[in-house]
Design a protein around this ligand. Structure first.
Ligand code: DP6
Length: 419
């Protein structure tokens, strides 16, 4: 190791979040985070939803430290510690000849790291920030410490930070194989197809306004494992068959089967939550209204145009079969859920705003002029102004990347502290 206490070596990475279309709900091992069933997710475009993390190492650092969205947080939790331990044990030699720095494998046990992480979407919005966050932590540390492990092997480390994080190590559609080993070595994520495979899909997330205090996924699924018989049946009998069908639907870009399986699995996950004692309510009236509208529209079209799925909260993730359908979906959503009069459209519809353009909507007057969708027969249809905080238009996206541009780093190269 170079003598100088001054040097700092850094790596910065960007990692996407993901949404499960076959849900992970229930662990068979709480410490290693081993699930009771396989799950499948789609990775979301990191330009709209992602975590950026910079990790740095220096002989001048006195302890491991982490900052999330600019605020220092504790790294003492068991899950952070598991990830750090697993990564350190696999670290390799690192040499920067230009700067005259050499870190040997054995040095990593003594060196401390600084970690700064930032989400490009509000953490409080209840979107899966832990998945992107833990995946990014593992990916960036693996780059810094020159790990030789492939993304699937890294996913098994990210899994120990948060189960769903293991699926954020890849783009496109991803499967988390539950595995059989007691030590968890075969419980890891694999990519099913790249994001280009099904690039017609458009995803619209409806971020619901009124949010009650929610049960965390971790404690919710623990209670479900302890009390729900439906969970046992789902894990043993339903999910294995559904996984096979879902893989087939994704491979063949069969939207009808994909949508039917996605909606059924989301509904069954929420049924398991209701079957838990005491019952857990993640969806609210707004979520239920969105399900009804989508079901009605899909039925009137004769085949599914849009799939819906909900995680451990009321936000709807809607997957449209193509751009044209996405524009019609956005018109419907804005008709039923117009913004408050003091909200400007630019902050109400976020992400890929070209969908708004396709929908022929330029300002709030266009929203007011929207006609009631033809499938709604009980006119005048009721509108629910203000029930949605905002919409995010996005699409399936790529996996983690290393950012080489130093201006993107969240830590200062001189001090190793947040910029
Ligand atoms: C409903 O991955 O957040 O989003 O492993 O305890 O950290 P822990 O739970 P977490 O659970 C995610 C549950 C879900 C479904 C899914 O993403 O598959």
């Amino acid at each position: 190791m170079a003598d100088s206490k001054k040097w700092v070596v850094m790596a910065t990475a960007q990692t996407p979040t993901n949404i499960a279309v076959i849900k992970y709900w229930g662990k068979r091992d709480e410490t290693l985070i081993l699930p009771v069933n396989d799950s499948i997710s789609v990775t979301l475009d990191p330009s709209h939803l992602c975590t950026t993390t910079t990790v740095a190492v220096s002989p001048g650092f006195e302890q491991d430290r982490m900052w999330l969205n600019g605020k220092e947080i504790s790294l003492s939790g068991g899950r952070f510690q598991s990830c750090l331990r697993e990564i350190r044990s696999r670290a390799c030699d690192v040499e920067d000849k230009e700067k005259g720095i050499k870190i040997e494998k054995k040095d990593w046990e003594k060196l401390h790291v600084h970690i700064a992480s930032y989400n490009n979407f509000p953490t409080a919005a209840g979107l899966a920030s832990s998945a992107a966050g833990l995946a990014c932590l593992v990916f960036s540390l693996a780059k810094l410490m020159n790990l030789k492990e492939n993304p699937s092997q890294l996913s098994a480390i990210a899994r120990q930070g948060s189960g769903s994080a293991c699926r954020s190590l890849f783009g496109g559609f991803v499967k988390w194989i539950m595995g059989k080993d007691e030590n968890g070595s075969d419980s890891l994520a694999v990519q099913l197809v790249e994001e280009e495979h099904w690039n017609e899909l458009v995803i619209i997330i409806a971020v619901v306004s009124a949010r009650q205090k929610e049960t965390s996924s971790t404690s919710g699924m623990r209670e479900s494992v302890e009390t729900s018989l439906l969970l046992q049946h789902r894990a043993k009998e339903i999910v294995p068959k559904r996984i096979v069908k879902m893989e087939e639907a994704i491979k063949n870009r069969d939207f009808s089967s994909f949508a039917q399986l996605t909606c059924a699995d989301s509904n069954q996950f929420h049924a398991v939550c209701l079957d838990t004692s005491p019952p857990i309510f993640y969806m609210n009236d707004t979520s239920h209204r969105i399900i009804s509208y989508v079901e009605k529209w899909n039925r009137s079209e004769g085949s599914p145009q849009v799939a819906y799925t909900f995680d451990a909260g009321p936000n709807a993730v809607l997957i449209a079969r193509n751009r044209q359908v996405a524009a019609q979906l956005l018109q419907r959503l804005l008709f039923f859920f117009p913004p408050n009069s003091d909200t400007d459209l630019n902050s109400y519809v976020l992400g890929d705003k070209s969908i708004l353009h396709d929908a022929g909507i330029g300002d709030l007057k266009d929203v007011e002029a929207l006609q009631c969708p033809p499938e709604i027969t009980n006119v005048p249809a009721q509108k629910y102004t203000g029930e949605i905080n905002n919409f995010i238009c996005t699409k399936p996206g790529r996996g983690p990347v290393l950012l080489s541009d130093e201006s993107k780093a969240l830590l200062n190269l001189e001090t190793g502290l947040p910029k």
